[in-house]
Write a protein that binds this ligand. Structure first.
Ligand code: AMP
Ligand code: MN
Ligand code: MN
Ligand code: MN
Length: 282
């Protein structure tokens, strides 16, 4: 069976490794088919593709788009996109556009509780100045000894209701799915178990996603517990969604699940790659 990992990050968004280093780690971990899915950015794809080719690693283009739906932040992964599609590129640029303003507001709020210069501090961890994220603030606060790890930073400073949190309006669900489909790609709901939606809201969200042409949800992801693999396999069956598998790897020290390390998808689901032309691994 092929080891397929369709969700991870490089330093072009909030991962730590370069796209080529992520490719090398995927290969070393036994991944056969790999997608790089940086947040709101396809700038790492050329390097990732070239590195994968050199390693004989089958490469799938990807992106993870931040959206706001009913005041919730949700992530939509696009797979097999044409990363040169102009409408997609413009949409991603617009989605990234508000990040610097938001980061400056976050830094001002942190300064007000006695943590000065967090913008400059976060910037030191940024690989792509266009993409400053909460993760970079988290790494800075760990570095200056405010917290033991990035998860603690998120819990105490960077999530809703905490002093460094700044609400943000991302792309709409319609935009994200249209950009992905317009670029020839497949839209996938990332880590559905991570959102705090009621059952009713989830139903409405999945219905709308499907009606827009969304095709799949992540079932096995580094953000789900094993119980949630079972739970979201059932959701996939209920809505007729294909299922995806992706570690959501960000860095060796921070990620719970390494590249290629998740268990295989449950037998009951249809994998998102069911009709892809993949080479059997020799
Ligand atoms: P942003 O797009 O700037 O809002 O940052 C979102 C990113 O923060 C996610 O993609 C994760 O990498 C990271 N993140 C969110 N929540 C947590 C958490 N509780 N612990 C660690 N990282 C988190
Ligand atoms: Mn991230
Ligand atoms: Mn995500
Ligand atoms: Mn991710």
């Amino acid at each position: 069976m092929l080891n397929i990992d369709l969700h991870c990050h490089s330093n072009i968004s909030d991962g730590i490794l370069t796209p080529a280093a992520v490719a090398a780690r995927a290969k070393a971990n036994g991944v056969d088919v790999w997608a790089l899915t940086d947040h709101d950015e396809v700038g790492g794809i050329a390097e990732a593709r070239a590195a994968a080719q050199a390693l004989d690693l089958q490469f799938v283009t990807g992106v993870e788009i931040s959206i706001t739906w009913a005041n919730h932040t949700i992530h939509i992964v696009g797979l097999k996109i044409d990363e040169t599609n102009q409408t997609l590129l413009e949409g991603l640029a617009a989605t990234r556009g508000g990040r610097e303003r938001r980061a400056r507001d976050m830094a001002a709020q942190l300064a007000a509780i006695g943590i000065p210069d967090a913008f400059e501090g976060a910037l030191k961890h940024v690989g792509n100045p266009d993409l400053i994220s909460r993760t970079h603030f988290a790494r800075h606060l760990v570095e200056i000894g405010r917290c033991a790890d990035t998860h603690e930073v998120f819990r105490h400073y960077l999530t809703e209701g905490k002093p460094g949190y700044v609400p943000h309006r991302w792309a709409s669900l319609t935009q994200a799915v249209n950009w992905i489909r317009g670029a020839g790609g497949i839209a996938v709901v990332a880590h559905p178990g991570r959102y705090s939606l009621s059952d009713v809201a989830f139903g409405a969200f999945f219905d709308e996603f499907k009606q827009l042409g969304g095709k799949a949800i992540e079932v096995n992801t580094g953000s789900h517990s094993p119980d949630q693999y079972v739970e979201y396999a059932k959701v996939a069956a209920t809505y007729g969604f294909l299922a995806s598998r992706g570690s959501d790897f960000h860095s060796p020290g921070e990620s719970r699940v390494d590249l290629g390390a998740l268990p295989p998808l449950p037998d009951s689901v249809v994998p998102v790659w069911h009709d892809w032309a993949l080479k059997a691994q020799s």
